[in-house]
Structure formats: C-alpha cells, structure tokens
Design a protein around this ligand. Sequence first.
Ligand code: C2E
Ligand code: CA
Ligand code: CA
Length: 757
Amino acid sequence: MQPEAVTPLPAAPLPAAPLRRAGVAVAAAVVLVEALWLLAGLPDAALASDLGAITVASLAATGCASAARRHPTPLRRFWVLLAVTMGLAAAGRTVWAAGRLGSDELPHTALVGGIFTASIITGTAALLCSLSAPRSRVGQARALLDGVIVGLALVPVGWVVVFHDITAADLTDPLHGYGLLYPMLDLMQLTVLVAVAGPTRPVWRPMTLIGVSLAVRSVADVVYVSLVVGGSYAPGHPVDLCWPLSYLLIGVAAVHPPPPTCAGATEIGESPLPPWWRVALPYVPVGGAIVAVVLARRPTGQTPHLIFIGMMTLLGALAMRQGLAANENLRLVARLRQLAYADQLTGLPNRLMFTRRLRRALRDGPPVAVLILDLDGFKQVNDRFGHATGDTLLTSIAGRMRAAVGDDGTVARLGGDEFAVLIDGGRPVAPERLAERLLTALQPSPGEEDVGIHPSASIGIAEYGPQHASHTDLLRDADIAMYAAKAAGKAAYRVCTPALRESAVTRAELIADLRRAVDERQLHLDYQPIVDLATGQVRSAEALVRWRHPRLGLLNPAAFLPLAEETGLVVPLDRWVIHEACRAAATWRQRVPDATVAVNIAAAHLRRPDLIATVTAATAGAGLAPRALTLELTESALIDGSEAVLERLAQLRELGIRIAIDDFGTGYSSLSYLHRIPATELKIDRSFVARLDSDTRAYATVEMVTRLAGAFDLAVVAEGVETEGQHAAVTAIGCVHGQGYRYGRPGALTTLHRTPA
Ligand code: C2E
Ligand code: CA
Ligand code: CA
C-alpha cells in the first residue's frame, strides 16, 4: 500500500474522458444484468452474483487508479487507497466465490475476513487522506477515534436490534462474529466520512457518492447478517445486488474532476465552525450503547462477554478521544493567546499585553519608565509607496527596536506606527540613554534616505512617580512628551516634566482647539523670501502658517499639520491661508508691482473639486492677478493624482495660477511624470541642498535636476540654502531662485524688502 509506488509515469497517455465513462457504463450494465438475473430467479444466480461483484469492483479499482493519475498530488494518495480498496474487494470476493464453489457452507474463512477487513482499513485511510480531512495527525486520529467509538457503540445496539431474539447466539462462532463486525466497521467508516467531510459547503461530489456507497453497503451488511442469522440467506439472494451497486458508486465518483481548489483552509477563523450535531455525533450512539447494554443483560443478570469487552474498548476509545481533544484545546488556547497578545505584523507584544505588563510592573513599584515612539511621516510613506511598503517598514523598525533595546526593556507595538518600550524592575538603564540608542538605531541607512522611505521617530518618556494613579496616567504622560518631541522638530526625545504636563493638552483637546483656531484668529502667516539668484532681488515669498495657541504658545506647522491632515481640518485651514496670502500679496504689490506669493496646498485639498472656486474667490476678493499666486504641491500629492486632479491643475494654469512641485526629490524622484503635470517651477528639497557642501553625489543630482527642469521649462528653486557654500553651489549650477535662512527666515511680509541678497 505504498502510494509512492504507484506514482504515474509523466509520459503515460491519459485515458480519455470517453474511455472513463465507458468503464462506468459497462459497470452499470453489469449491475443491471445482475439485477434482472437475480430478481427473475434465473439459474446459477449465485455465480452471476459473484461474477457481477468481481467485475464491478475491478472496474471501480481501474477507475480510481486512473483518477489517481489525473488528479493533483494532494489527492493522489486518496485515489490510490480507494483503488487498493476496490482491488481488495474484488480479490476478497474471488476467494469467497472459490470457497463457496467447493462447499455447501458459506465460506466465512479467516482469509476472506482478513481481506475484507484490509479493504475497510484502506478505505478508511483513503477517507483520512481526502482533501477536507484534517491535516494534523491529531485531527486525523480524532476523526478515526470518532469512527471507532461509533462502531463499537454499535456492538451492544446491534446485539439488541439484530440478535434480540437469539440471546444465546454464540459470538465465538465466526459467522456471528463477522456478522457484528461488518456493520460495525461500516458505521465506523461512515462516521469517519462525516467527520472528515469538513464543515465547508458544498461537499465535493465524490465524497457524497462515497458516502452513499458506504450507506448502501451498511444496509446490505445489516440485511445480510439478519438473513444469515435467521437462516434464510442463500447466495444469489437479491440483497447481493447492493455490493456491486456500492462499488459502482465509487467508480462513478472516480470519473469526477478534482475540486477547483486543492488548498485546505488551516488557519483558525478561516474554516467555519462545524455544526453542533457533528461535534455531538460520536456521543449519541454511546448513549444508545448504554441503554442497549442494560437491555442485553441475560435473565441471569450477566452481560455477554463480547459486549463487555466491546464496552471496555469503547471506554478506552472515549478516553483517548477526550485526551486528544484536551491536547488540541491546549494548543488552541496557546494560539489564541498568541493572537490576543501579539501584534500579528511584527510579532511584538500588542497594546493589551503591554498594558498588562505595565500594570504588573506598577504593582511591583518603581523604577518603571515608559517610552512611546511614534514615526514621523509614516502616513506619507503609506500614501506614496503603498501599504505593503508601510508594513515592511514597520517590521524592519520593530526589528531594529528589539535589537536596540535588547534585555533592557520590553518593546511593544501599540498600533499603527506607534511603539512603546517598558523599562521596569531590576533593569537599571536610564530611559534617556535608551531613547538615544533607539534614535541612533532608527537612523536610515544611506539608500533608504535617498528614496525618502525611512521616516524618523519622536520619542516621549514618562517615569513612574507618586503623581501617577494608574498606568493610563503614565501612558498619557509619555504621549504628552512624545508630542512635545514632535513639536520640537521631530527625530528627538522628550521627558515628561511637571511643566510639560501642566502646559500640555491632550491630542483630543488640541484637535478641538484647532477647530476653533481659524475662527478665533489664532493663525497667522509668516513669509519667507525667495530670491532671484541672478540679481539678488526678492520678488516672491512663501507663506508659512503659524498657530498662536492660547496656552501652548507659538506652534510650527509640524506640531499641528499632521493632526489637521488626519482630521480633514487642513482644508479649511488652507482655505484661510489662500485668502490671507492673497490679501497680503495684493498689498505687497502696491509697493513691488511684480511680486508673487506662494502657498502650500495639502494633498487632500487638491483632491477637492472646489479648490478652483476657493482660489478664484480669493484672488478676485483680494483684487490679485492670478499670475501672482503660486500653489505649492508636494510630489506625493501630485503623483497619486487621478485624471480629475490633472484636469484641475490644467484649469488652474489656464486661469494663470502658477504651480510649484514642492520638496522635489523626496518622493519618487522620477522625472518621468513631469511632462504630465502643468507645473511652472520645481523646488529642490532642502535635504539635497544641505549635502551640497560635502557630497559630490548631491551636487550631481541638483545639477542634473536643474538641467532637466530647464528642458521642461520649469524654474528651479533651491530650498533650505543656509551657508555661503550652498549659495555659491546653487548659483553655479544655475538654479533660478533660492530660499533659505541664508536669505531670510520666515517673518512678517513688511520685513522682506530689507532682506540682504
Ligand atoms: P515646506 O513647504 O518645505 O516649507 C519650508 C520649510 O522649511 C518651512 O518650515 C521653513 O521654515 C523651513 N526652512 C526654510 N529655509 C530653511 C533653511 O534654510 N533651513 C532649514 N532647516 N529650514 C528652512 P515650516 O514653516 O516649519 O513649515 C514646514 C512645512 O509645513 C512646510 O514645508 C509645508 O509643507 C507645511 N506648511 C507650512 N505652511 C503650510 C500651510 O499653510 N498649508 C499647508 N498645507 N502646509 C503648510
Ligand atoms: Ca512649500
Ligand atoms: Ca519645500
């Protein structure tokens, strides 16, 4: 029974479908002829019955072997075992027929019994190899035990039902022994089939056919046993028809194609739960068995031996079944715990686990410290490069954090791009040192920096003290410190101090404050000069928003723009900026007639159809010529631009509005999309300019971008020029404009004309 031995030769010609159907047709015809023969009572019925069964079983064996060759590998073993089963059936029946011809008795020999029992074993093994059968050994053992339990339970039930009137029947007589054995094994197989059919619907057709075949055989075996015990069976009896019929059904099953999917569902949650009755299935007959044992007691009060042994075996099987189930439950509990307490992406402990550990640490008392780490600009990575890249990044960050922290703390992922580290008990590392280690570990390697895929991180630290009532207080403080680190310019860490806690407002409060900020005139604009590098004149400025928060003081965009973007508040904010900048520009142009002003537009705003209306209303309201307004859009906002966005940009250009590609080089750094975007200028990101002094590659990049931009008729603005060296470099390269602290920091518009060039 080595399935490998039957592995087909790849070159073997496949039997054509018509041939397979012909086999089934012949088998059906044989069954039909036999039926007519037996029912009409023609002579030599016994021989006809034997020949019919042998022929149909052989044909079914051939059919299964052919299916084994055609079907995909996972199903091959299944069909091979069924082919062997049918082969054994044919062989057993041949031996039987030979034995019968030689004597008047029914040839219930050990050989016949052995062959038929072997066929039951291979048939059951086949079921356990079917596609929907459990993959694990434990699952298979459980299905098998279900069968054994149900089969054994049948012994006392069968005793009462079939032998009730012959209570003295001698069960050591092989005839009576087999008589109980066959229906018992049939029922066992049927149970295994139900157990492995899987909870998925619809059931694969061949499995149904095999089920019907088993049912037919069960009925036949029961009727046969009753007839034999009652002394009214003779070979060639119409019940004989049932066996070839059951083989025929297997043959029909073998003609079916394999199921469309050969992959089994193995994950928890993927496969639906089995219905309750299927779980209870093996136990129902056990109840019947108990009743039967009571009924089967002889008048003397003794229980027949065989039933006693059967019941004992049944108890053993039940105990094993319970053991397996308990074992499987333990594994499931472990898996569920892993699902509940671990972050599935990174494998780190999740928020639930983290708070549990934190609470335990707080019970043990100080020193306890919490670090909360949040990635800066993770959202942009997700938007630009897609979620798969975002996930890879998170996994890599998790790995780096774990390595950086080592045994000094517990790293967890609280959700999204937020991580935490718990330092507790006997770990004497200073949280600040750990934060420094983390910041160093998260620094991008040179390649990652170039594609802008590796955001920095802001870390907040809170140390447990008497002011903390619970773990939520500690986490809130770490959060406050983390936002303070972000507000201070990111890629930094902050420790939560009493002062910070005092002045800090929670995120929710900040959002609420931001909602009011526009109406309550808390926003204002600073303007940073953009100089003409050839003449040194300032004819343009970029408007940069500032928020004078009533309690927190002056906030830079980094402190509130991410919140504004998350909540959509960035749209009304930008709308206010556009109006305000247009008004300021109109005033400025009274002194400097050709002055222009640039405003930053959030990606969310670009996606809105009312952007055009906002812009035209602002320019018209301020009496500003549209050509005096530049909209700055980041590469990422432009790159995921749909046709509608491109159309909107074209409309803006037609109105005369200028369009700048902001932070160029931090996104795809691909010039290939430039021709699609009707831009007028290109602002080279300050990360390139910053490296101009030292890095020849940066120089070459700025030079190449400037040359290409020229080819596209785009004026280049070099951003973030701070030093003389950078100024000399961008001038030599031929950038048209420069912007940066070298020319002036953002400030009031009225100070601009005094800026040194
Ligand atoms: P951005 O558009 O790249 O603006 C330039 C930023 O670089 C400004 O920061 C500016 O102060 C800073 N900067 C200018 N020259 C130098 C320099 O020489 N060295 C260094 N290190 N930095 C320099 P700011 O004002 O903090 O703005 C940050 C970002 O916030 C802006 O980056 C822009 O993307 C966004 N933003 C500012 N105002 C608005 C606004 O009204 N609406 C929208 N949607 N975004 C805005
Ligand atoms: Ca800008
Ligand atoms: Ca910029």
